[in-house]
Write a protein that binds this ligand. Sequence first.
Ligand code: SF4
Length: 373
Amino acid sequence: MANCSGRLDDLLAFAVGGGVLSPGDLRFLLELERPEELRKLYAAAYRVKLDCIDNRVRLRGLIEISNICRKNCYYCGIRSGNTRVPRFRMTRREILDAARHAIDFHYGSVVLQGGERNDPAFADFIEETLREIKALPGGDLGITLSLGEQSEEVYRRWFEAGAHRYLLRIEASNPALYAKLHPSDHSYAERVAALRLLRGVGYQVGTGVMIGLPYQTVDDLVGDLEFFRELDVDMIGMGPYITHHDTPLGREFPTFGSDAERQLELGLKMIAAARLLLRNVNIASTTALQALAPDGRERGLLAGANVIMPNIGELAYRNGYLLYENKPGTDENAETARRNLENAIAGIGESIAYDEWGDSRHFAVRTGKKSRE
Ligand code: SF4
């Protein structure tokens, strides 16, 4: 035990000082279980967050614009094969109203997230909507998109219309694991290619994975962290896997991950390891953490995350966007959610960076371009 603790202290001091962790080091960190060791891990990651960024939380008002998706991922509640979910799409006016909420609440940024569609009408709709959001009086919002795989031309049009960050989760960076989680016509290679296209167009690029999946090993998670580093991503959005029973994966493994605290802990370890490895990237403390524990998002911040995405979309649609079950926030209106969030963040000694875009510091460093943090 003494040796293990000595190795942990040395490793954390090395990482806090800017040393690059090896795959073996990352595996060691992800396998930690004793509460005292976990406390040290999270504290070291928090130290790096303070050194490389600060303790102010960047907000993105999340607008879930539609649950219509052409894909059929085996784990996802809004997969095209799920006929039990009523489908919705927000109108442009509704999206603009939500963006106005973000301005009124001084969030600084929004995320437009939705199922994947690649028909020309959708590309046009998003392009025009982006232009109208950018033209809203009283606010110059930063815009992140999370709308799946698109052509380079579409990515470019949306970029030119005002989006400047894009989140495209790889979900599982091991191609063999990816193949177990997706139908055969969902191409791993195309997804990776899309991430490269986004970078070429000029976006701040984010990706992420599900943590604690059936079939997933610790080495897969180590590989995920290495994947983020090799791709030199600017943002990470990852969260614990939560079963949705109306999906093939949920039916095959109905009780998988039912130890909520263990799933949460694995998610926090991944956040901490990502912060130690990648240092100045933006890392989201996702809603999936909060689904596992009421204070899950705050614990994500204390483990090294620095971004939160409160939902500001229309409450009426919220229950239609259940990617997994027991998703929190589906009965809160945006104002209540904002107040609760502000209190929770103050409770852990952090504050909110209101009216800021919260761009990735990593992007500014890697490109030498000016960004708006
Ligand atoms: S995970 Fe994304 S791409 Fe896959 S079915 Fe769900 S919304 Fe569609």
